[in-house]
Write a protein that binds this ligand. Structure first.
Ligand code: SF4
Length: 509
């Protein structure tokens, strides 16, 4: 028996006591009060399609795919040093640089090749924005300001259908800008509603935003975002902002968790190139595209259109919130789509065409994922989107702030201490860096910084182990496949065959 709010997956069942494909208990009892998804759907119907509580959770697929990044291993070596003199006094792991720069003509410098997921109008993004934006600013990574923020802002002011003031958008941008230093950036996404409301034009002109992202969809779904208005809004007002009110029961307030959906975009080459040109003319220095895990013809479209429009960055995939069944059963899984994108980008490069910097998204969480995804996609993939993983430090830091002030630090954490200076190992570094402003840092931002610092140290260790001292030196030769199927998907040599010729030469010549 499983809780339907936690999902009934066709493949999640191994070990959970339910039948794998159906998720139904092997013995289904007439008389069970019904905790499974099917039982709950019998009375809450379509409301059960989504992870709940909507706007308070992040959610990801639980499906086990035939090949994933754990089927690649990182190759170490005890010979040489790329990017630093091969001298034991120089080639130590702290000497590894994790910095990079992405973009075409306008370069965004990063301390770590990482982007947040898109944090848009959902409550969870709004509630955690302060920690995420400040954390990204002080960690030197990119924070992506997601779609519909102006459209969902109850304080927004419109003139002739265009937004001319949005306190929420302004708050979000200013939090990042106040703490931003030389590395990191904020990117503002635009979906169909945002385009209609001209929120990018407003953000560029009034808020000083430099980077705009067009959006074709998210990995887990190609149906756009959905959610509920932050404060009760008449269905008519939601419609006026361009959303679709899905269910009459919502209009009559009988259901509360399936309220509105964004419009579906339709992509054309001409329209895309024109949009990129439009935002450049409006003052955007950097234009990117986010596409989902659509079929490979759409991936080919994304890469070709991005090349023709000479955009700065293309993000592929994602792990964002979606209907349970779409998260598990829809789209091309991450390692597969990255491998195909690598092939397509290499084909365009060979023809002398522009290939934008590529970013891959899809349930990445730790430093080995950074290493593997950058090496697998080298030289085209320059960074990773870590959507759900980066939300966790924001949650932890925010909640710790409350627990500390209420004197109820959980036991697992109290063993380190009951004050921030004892709990967070980066406090002294941040104190030295920010002086008296240090006290203004929310603990959620400190937690983000601490997590990013861990990612950096872990990545430095892995890179030092392959004797690569800068990200530009990572390549596909740094990986081996652990199965033949992984080789077939990725093109990375099988572990029992990789380097074998050279090994034989060393051994026998
Ligand atoms: S209704 Fe049947 S399948 Fe669902 S939880 Fe109860 S016993 Fe299991």
């Amino acid at each position: 028996m499983i809780d339907g709010t936690l999902n009934l997956s066709s493949t999640a069942a191994a070990g959970s006591g339910v039948t794998e494909q159906s998720g139904i208990c092997p013995v289904c009892l007439d008389g069970c009060t019904g905790l499974c998804e099917i039982a709950k759907s019998s009375y809450r119907g379509r409301e059960v399609i989504y992870p709940k509580p909507l706007g308070k959770v992040t959610a990801g697929s639980v499906k086990k795919y035939p090949v994933d990044y754990s089927h690649l291993n990182i190759q170490g070596t005890c010979v040489g040093a790329a990017g630093v003199r091969s001298d034991p006094d120089k080639a130590s792991f702290p000497a590894v640089s994790t910095e990079t720069a992405i973009g075409n003509k306008y370069k965004v410098r990063l301390s770590l090749p990482v982007l947040t997921g898109a944090l848009g109008s959902a409550d969870i993004a709004k509630d955690n924005w302060e920690g995420l934006a400040i954390g990204a600013a002080i960690s030197g990574i990119i924070v992506v300001l997601g779609e519909n923020v102006a459209g969902m802002d109850p304080g927004a002011v419109y003139k002739r259908g265009k937004v001319v003031h949005s306190p929420e958008l302004e708050r979000r941008v200013n939090l990042f800008k106040h703490w931003h230093d030389s590395t990191g950036e904020i990117i503002l996404q635009q979906n169909v509603q945002d385009t209609r409301l001209a929120s990018a034009e407003y953000a560029i002109e009034k808020l000083g935003v430099r980077c705009i992202e067009l959006k074709w969809g998210q990995a887990v779904k190609d149906i756009g975002t959905e959610g509920k208005p932050g404060v009760p809004e008449p269905a008519g007002d939601v419609k006026k902002k361009g959303h679709i009110v899905i269910n009459k029961a919502f209009e009559e307030q009988e259901i509360t968790e399936f309220e509105r959906s964004s419009r579906l975009g339709t992509v054309s080459h001409e329209e895309f190139v024109r949009s990129v040109e439009h935002y450049r003319n409006a003052g955007a220095k950097f234009v990117s595209l986010k596409t989902g895990a659509y079929r490979i013809t759409d991936l080919a479209r994304a890469i070709r259109f991005a090349s023709d429009a000479e955009i700065d960055l293309l993000t592929i995939g994602g792990a964002g919130m979606g209907p349970w069944r779409m998260m598990n059963e829809w789209g091309i899984p991450t390692i597969y789509i990255q491998s195909i994108a690598y092939k397509f980008a290499s084909q365009l490069k060979a023809k002398g065409m522009h290939v934008p910097d590529l970013v891959i998204a899809g349930e990445f969480s730790l430093e080995d994922h950074i290493f593997k995804a950058l090496a697998l996609g080298a030289p085209h993939f320059r960074a990773l989107c870590m959507g759900r993983a980066l939300m966790i430090p924001a949650f932890i830091g925010k909640n710790l702030q409350g627990w500390i002030s209420e004197g109820r630090v959980p036991d697992d954490i109290r063993k380190f201490g009951e004050i921030p200076e004892r709990i967070f190992i980066t406090m002294e570094t941040l104190k030295d860096r920010f002086g008296k402003d240090f006290r203004k840092l929310p603990l959620a931002a400190v937690a983000m910084y601490t997590f990013c610092d861990r990612l950096k140290a872990g990545l430095q260790q892995l890179m030092a182990g392959t004797r690569k001292f800068a990200l530009k030196h990572l390549d596909r030769n740094d990986l081996v496949s652990l199965t033949k199927e992984a080789t077939e998907v990725t093109g990375i040599p099988y572990v029992m065959e990789a380097d074998m010729e050279e090994a034989q030469r060393i051994l026998l010549c």
